[in-house]
Design a protein around this ligand. Sequence first.
Ligand code: DGJ
Length: 730
Amino acid sequence: MSIQYDQQRSLFHLQAQDTSYVIHVTKTGYPAHLYWGKKLRGMQLGRLLELKERASFSPSTELDQLALSLDTLPHEYPGYGNSDFRMPAYQVMLPNGTTVTDLRYESHSIRSGKPALAGLPATYTESDDEAATLELTLKDELTGLTVILSYTVFEAFNAITRSARLVNNGTDTLQLLRAFSLSLDFAHDRFEMLQLSGAWTRERYVHTRKLEPGLQSVESRRGSSSHMQNPFVALLSEGANEDHGDVYGVNLVYSGNFTAGVEVDQFHSARLFMGLNPFDFNWRLEPGEQFQTPEAVMVHSGHGLGGMSRSFHDLYRSRLIRGTFRDQTRPILVNNWEATYFNFNADKIESIARTGQELGIELFVLDDGWFGKRDNDTTSLGDWFVDRSKLPNGLEDLVSRVKRLDMQFGLWFEPEMISPESELYRAHPDWCLHVEGRRRTQARHQLILDLSRTDVQDYIVKSVSDILSSAPITYVKWDMNRNMTEIGSALLPPERQRETAHRYMLGLYAVLEKITSAFPQILFESCSGGGGRFDAGMLYYMPQTWTSDNTDAVSRLKIQYGTSIVYPVSSMGSHVSAVPNHQVGRITSLETRGNVALSGNFGYELDLTRFTDEEKETVKAQVALYKDVRHLVQFGDFYRLLSPFEGNDTAWMFVSKDQSEAFVVYASVLQEPNPPLNRFRLKGLDAKRDYRLDEQGTVYGGDELMYAGLATPQFHGDYASKVYRFRAVE
Ligand code: DGJ
């Protein structure tokens, strides 16, 4: 069992393959955080708790233990109001209006396996021996509030997951003002905090900053995880980099408002926290009710950021993502969005699909504009029936025309939205999120359906399911194109209005659970104006995400590099689009657009029928190459070699789990005159084996490639790139 308990010392030691996490329950019943990092032996770890008597500004709760102050005790789930002045993990309002509670250890249980989280996405086990779970039960005597802290150790993945369940075992109504998923205190603040931040069309750029006294955090108040901040932070120890040093990553399995960050206190200890955003949040907990927080996934790596990313990738690919497509290679697709926008008919679609088939592409995806009267973005969201003026013979006919070409068929939806200009809105004007008497702010001419309502959930499940049952559809792109405003629900009473945003997420998850399990043969890809909801919560239901609306190859280097810090490459949609690029106007070669898009779930998003014969030959070669390497790209180990955030050149590579094959991508943004001769080193190969480079047939030692490196390619012209395919010589 990977969780040891020493009753005498009141010590819990959670051990994954290379990681330890240690908790001690103090004599007064507070769960203290003692350690998280490289694996430790044994149970003599109580001495890790060092306390020191402080001035009265950090008061002691026990007169006979002056060194024990809640303000300096490293805590697993700190409260507020009785002398810990740092960021609390939870806060509850009592009927008398006060917010002071005092949680103390009551009991614990240790079991193999991992219980599911009611109504929420979470990592899972397939058999009980894959993980062990500790539940620490804490209780506030005065109110009866009980908090169950859950810790699951995924031994083989070096990951620990955490969540909290707050139960009202008292007789009065309680109001939850905050309920984090994770909180823990590091003894020092010698870290850099890494975050993934950006905007629409430049999502998940890597930003780092040195920790400073006070609060540093990222959060979303947009009703979705957002383009702007991702629910992830990592702490890098002094000197840690891509390949070396201790890195601590935490990621929230949630798609709504979140907060995550670090508070550095007066003694330079660093409190790491993550959970639902307490901003504009309030949850009524009636006697007997419970509230489950989302799950936070924690990965420690002693091998730098790269090691951390590979642990997240492995865990998410096999124990977060579910369903038929979890272990299947994904099809190469062509999507008509940037080819036609709203302006298409069945013949046009068939001609793109036919050309795709000739080039070896496997799936055609019909994007926005096939339903209601949707000739532009001002209308019809919610009216999920086929637009007969564009597709007079209906969807079934179009699907069969595409299927006859031996292509699979995929379809776009934006089910969470409603256009004011729609039949649905005319019938149900109160079905959207809104506040009585206030303006309903539109974005892209649309409002958001109130998914906290079960009648709205039922409508979405039925209308989407009816379409999916009407034709042999094998892929769905589930889009969502705005953030929440006027967050209110017509059905919730006043005292529950501030539950709406979280209830929306629970409603969305319930809808996704129903639809994705009813159609297991369909590959679902989530999307939110590109990567506005690229998070672990969505990956639980849909194994891939449209990474960004920005398809420019140069922009994509940063976007895909940043995304790979947490999320597996098999979850990133990446397509070749037309030039000049529609988002940034840049002209890059078809070769470079292909080489960058090959590093993800590959596809094309342009009018294939406009290609010249020469371009078609290039596309055929790209498609063939992807078919040859996609098992590496989607399921191999990913190594970042050169960062686009640090220089002109980007390189990354994919290595098969048995180290017998590798695929390397190298891209250079601007050409330098008369550049120096340089080398770049590969990673993850077997130093004792030899590898043949397909292109030239040259055989290199794995040691040579990793320690001496390959000569940096010499390019002529900007936005150039090159790929390398290696196979071990047996
Ligand atoms: C936003 C998505 O990110 C695009 O790929 C496309 O599907 C449009 N929506 C369609 O409206």
